[in-house]
Structures are given as structure tokens and as C-alpha cells.
Design a protein around this ligand. Structure first.
Ligand code: HEM
Length: 503
């Protein structure tokens, strides 16, 4: 049939033979040559476009996926343009991928935008598994752990909270944008940890950095066309150029700090995380000179940039959400304050040693992270070999995403999941109940959050200090908007609030 059709078109014999050969070749390749995989099911989508319409709908993707789960099951295949992506939407499939088959699922998906923003994957968070990633993750973990010994972390939290509390006292009773103050609190903690420095509320650099975080969060949205349509990389879209410029402001700030640390470095006087990275690289080079080429200065700049940005954005949004939830649930705010007043003596400030004696305060933080996971779809993983999930097959190089939001809102696990109820995380004795896979804001397995060990105590102490000293309320006559912003993120809405000092 094809032969007779071709005869009607005036083509040379050679061209006809070539076309026929190409067609037969392609049919043979797709029928017999290309391995067929039994992929997880998913909703139909047009070729090349995939589910981009669902990704741009008013229902965020993480919520949409939980709806689709009823029809397709917990592991689902969707397409982001032409990119195949397996989404995992319950604790069992997530446990299988991240824990039982952790090595198979530990890769990171590569895209043009990520490669550009990370100077060729020289960071930790977006780099694939490699000797450099392993080494950087190890030294970064050691560098952060330094803060868990003695009172180092506590001192950094005290420094940053006392500065913010002074500012809040000046604004007492007036409607304020609390996100700016929580931004300063968390930014100063990470600025202290990474560079042993601190900003003031009106420092130009602080306001510029806050702006960088705000605008990239709002702008990144559903990703970049450049990742899907390669020719665009030569003529980037206005959005790509804008984010690149904004991002460069941030990386230049980190690069300057790193450069100054390198110039003034002294083994006998290591002041912060950056000094520790420089020291760890020098030690590694002494043991194996090859390391000099594996871990370059740019790798350390990108690592500082990961810690600074991943640490600030997640933590500040979690505290912002917690304050909004406490304003809309004043009885829970009072209960936290009652626990603090009962456990601490009059005039005594909370410390990290009190954490175990403040289970309700801790449960509030956990429940806030359950109901408002700031990274609802985590970071994209990639399979490092052909593997399986349940009865399905996943080819090597497939993007895999963990729907943390679906785990946290699974109606089969959590009763009335949309209700903020910290008690659900306490056991019969009022102690924090053991952690389960259905509460997974920091993820699990080989790519789990590198900062979890410092994020949890740090957020607990910040919250305890703030609630020991202040009460947060909604301005009279106003109602609190609780609609999350973002599509791949879960951002707290901006609203003015009132802060009152507790007597
Ligand atoms: C509320 C606080 C935080 C939350 C909810 C959070 C959540 C997450 C999540 C979901 C991931 C992705 C895990 C995966 O790919 O499976 C991640 C990765 C990461 N986080 Fe956090 N994070 C928080 C705080 C921090 C802090 C304070 C730091 C650093 C000081 C940090 C540093 C990182 C890094 C470096 C990675 C990449 C790890 C890797 O790819 O090997 N995070 N985090």
C-alpha cells in the first residue's frame, strides 16, 4: 500500500527506496527494537504537550494527583511536555522507592535550566550521584553537625531572634508584614552559620536577597520552555533571562563571601560553615591530590549557595505558615503559650534542652509541616537503572517525584486531613508519637534533606522564643487568607498581622 502511494508522488527511485527503508526501519525499531515497559498508568495526554494544561490549572498538581490516585493507583505516569515523570502518591510506594530501592532512585533529573543555574551541577541538591556529590554531601553534613555540639546552634538562634524581637517590639500593635521579620530571623541564622555575619532589618543587601527569593518563587512557576524546546536555549525567553539575572545577584553574593573567606582563611580560627568547607577540601587534597580537580572552588560556592538558599526558603515559609495557622486557631496558640509558661520559670527563656519537655509546641510545628509542606513535590529524582515500583517497570533515566502533600493528606491515614490538629501527633501520654512514612516533609533515603538535623531544633527554638514573648493576631475586622500560592511550591499568602508583647 505504501509502495503504491509513493508511486503517485514524483520521486526518484533512490528517494523512494530511502523513504521506504526509513519507514520500515522505524516500524521495526518501535515494534521490536525499543524495549516496551509496563509503566504505571496515568491520565491520557496529547503527545509532546503532555499534562501541561493540568499543571497550569487552578488546582495545583499535588492536589490533582491525589484525585487521580483514586482511578490510577498510587504510582502514576504523567508527562511534563515530552518528559515522562512517575509520581508517587502514597507512603508504601515512596518507601519502596526511597528506602527499599534507594540506590535505584537516588539520581537527579537533568535539565538545561538546572545545569545553567548550578554551573554544570556543581552543587549538592541538583547534582546526580557522582564522586563529587558524595564528597560534598559528606563534608557539608560534617560542617552542619558542628552546630549540633555544645551551644553553637542555640547561640546563633538567640542572636537572630533577639534582633528580630527588638524590631517586633517597636512595631507592637501596628499591622505589619510578618514575613519580612521572619525573613530576617531565618536569613540571619543562615548568614551566621554560613558566613558568621548578621543583617539589620533595613540592610540593602538583606532586602535585595529577600526580593531574590520572593521573585524566583513567584516566577519559576511550572518551569522553563528551554528545558522542553532545545532551540530556545539559543534565544532564551524573557522569563529565563529575568530569573538568570535575579539568580546571579544571589550567587555573586555567595561568591564574594566565599572569596573573602578563602583570602582570610586560618586553620587556627575557623569561624563558620564556609571555613569548614575550605578546611575539609584542603585536608582531602593532602590525602589525595586528585581531589583538587574533583572538588573545585566553584563546587564549594555552589554548596554554600545550596545551604544558604535551601535553608532559608524552607524554614522561613514553615515558620510563616505556623504563625498564620496559630492566628487562625487562637486556642492552639494559647495552649502552646500555656505549655511554655508551665515548663519554664518566670522570666526564663526557652533553650534546646527544654525541647523534650515541650511536646505540644513540637507537635504544632510537625502538624504545620504536615498541612503546609513547603516543598509539596520535593525535588525531582531520577532512576539510575531500569527498576520497578510494585508491579510496574520504570526505565533508567525516568524523572520520579514524591508527592509529600498526598502523603500528608491521605484520607486513609489521617482523619479529616485538612484540619489543623496538633494532638493527632501526640501519643496517649502526651509525648510526640513516633514518626511514620506518612509524615515526610524532609523526604527519606539517600537524598533526604541534608539540613533536617539542624532545621528541626532550630525551628522549634525560634517558635518557642517567639510565642514565649509575643501573641500573634489578625487586625480587627480582617480575616486571614489561607490560600497557598505557587504550583510546585506551597507559599503562604501575604497578609498584615498584629504582634503584641506578652506581659
Ligand atoms: C522546613 C525546613 C526544610 C524542609 C521542609 C526541607 C525539605 C527538603 C526536601 C523535601 C528535600 C528533597 C529531598 C529529596 O530529594 O528526596 C530537601 C533536600 C535538601 N535540603 Fe532541605 N528542607 C528544609 C531545611 C533545610 C535546611 C535548613 C538546609 C540546610 C541548612 C537544607 C538543605 C537541603 C539540601 C542541601 C538538600 C539536597 C540533598 C541532596 O540532594 O542530596 N534543607 N530538603
Amino acid at each position: 500500500m505504501l509502495e503504491s502511494y509513493l508511486k503517485q508522488i514524483p520521486l526518484s527511485l533512490t528517494t523512494q527506496a530511502l523513504l521506504l527503508g526509513l519507514t520500515v526501519g522505524l516500524v521495526t525499531y518501535y515494534t521490536f527494537g525499543k524495549k516496551k515497559y509496563k509503566l504505571p498508568p496515568g491520565p491520557w495526554s496529547p503527545p509532546l504537550l503532555g499534562h501541561i494544561f493540568a499543571m497550569n490549572s487552578s488546582t495545583p498538581l499535588y492536589r490533582q494527583l491525589l484525585d487521580w490516585r483514586k482511578k490510577y493507583g498510587p504510582a502514576m505516569t504523567i508527562y511534563m511536555g515530552p518528559i515522562r515523570c512517575v509520581m508517587l502518591n502514597d507512603a508504601e510506594t515512596v518507601n519502596e522507592a526511597l528506602v527499599k530501592k534507594g540506590a535505584d532512585y537516588a539520581g537527579r533529573f537533568k535539565t538545561f535550566s538546572i545545569e545553567t543555574f548550578t554551573s554544570g551541577y556543581k552543587d549538592i541538591a541538583m547534582a546526580d550521584v557522582s564522586p563529587a556529590w558524595k564528597h560534598l554531601r559528606k563534608i557539608a553534613l560534617q560542617g552542619l553537625r558542628q552546630y549540633l555540639y555544645g551551644s553553637k546552634l542555640e547561640e546563633k538562634v538567640f542572636d537572630s531572634t533577639s534582633k528580630v524581637m527588638r524590631c517586633l517590639k517597636e512595631e507592637e500593635g501596628k499591622p505589619i508584614d510578618i514575613q519580612k521579620y521572619i525573613g530576617l530571623l531565618v536569613c540571619n541564622l543562615l548568614h551566621g552559620v554560613c558566613f558568621n555575619k548578621s543583617f539589620d532589618i533595613n540592610d540593602k543587601k538583606f532586602l535585595e536577597l529577600l526580593d531574590v527569593f520572593e521573585s524566583t518563587n513567584n516566577d519559576i512557576g511550572n518551569g522553563f520552555w528551554e528545558d522542553i524546546i532545545p532551540p530556545l536555549r539559543r534565544f532564551p525567553t524573557a522569563k529565563f533571562k529575568r530569573i538568570m539575572e535575579t539568580f546571579n545577584i544571589f550567587v555573586d553574593f555567595i561568591r564574594d563571601e566565599y572569596g573573602a573567606h578563602k583570602d582570610n582563611f586560618s586553620e587556627d580560627d575557623m569561624k563558620d560553615f564556609t571555613d569548614y568547607l575550605i578546611h575539609a577540601r584542603r585536608q582531602a587534597i593532602l590525602e589525595d591530590p586528585e581531589i583538587e580537580n574533583v572538588i573545585t572552588d566553584e563546587h564549594l560556592v555552589q554548596t554554600c549557595s545550596d545551604i544558604f538558599s535551601a535553608g532559608i526558603d524552607t524554614t522561613r515559609q514553615t515558620i510563616n505558615w505556623t504563625i498564620l495557622l496559630l492566628i487562625t486557631h487562637p486556642e492552639i496558640q494559647k495552649k502552646v503559650q500555656a505549655e511554655l509558661d508551665q515548663v519554664l520559670d518566670a522570666g526564663q527563656a526557652p533553650t534546646l534542652n527544654d525541647r523534650e519537655r515541650l511536646p505540644y509546641t513540637e507537635a504544632v510545628l510537625h502538624e504545620s509541616m504536615r498541612i503546609c509542606p513547603v516543598a509539596p513535590l520535593g525535588l525531582p529524582h531520577a532512576t539510575r537503572c531500569d527498576t520497578t515500583i510494585g508491579e510496574y517497570e520504570i526505565p533508567e533515566g525516568t524523572m520520579v517525584m514524591i508527592n509529600h502533600w498526598a502523603l500528608h493528606n491521605d484520607p486513609e491515614i489521617w482523619k479529616d486531613p485538612e484540619i489543623f490538629r496538633p494532638e493527632r501527633l501526640l501519643d496517649a501520654d502526651g509525648k510526640l508519637a513516633p514518626k511514620t512514612m506518612s509524615w515526610l516533609p524532609f523526604s527519606a533515603g539517600r537524598r533526604n534533606c541534608l539540613g533536617e538535623t539542624i532545621a528541626r531544633p532550630e525551628m522549634h527554638l525560634m517558635l518557642a522564643i517567639l510565642l514565649r514573648n509575643f501573641t500573634f493576631t489578625c487586625p480587627e475586622g480582617k480575616t486571614m487568607d489561607m490560600t497557598p500560592g505557587g504550583t510546585l511550591t506551597f507559599l503562604p499568602p501575604k497578609s498584615d498581622i498584629i504582634v503584641e508583647a506578652r506581659k
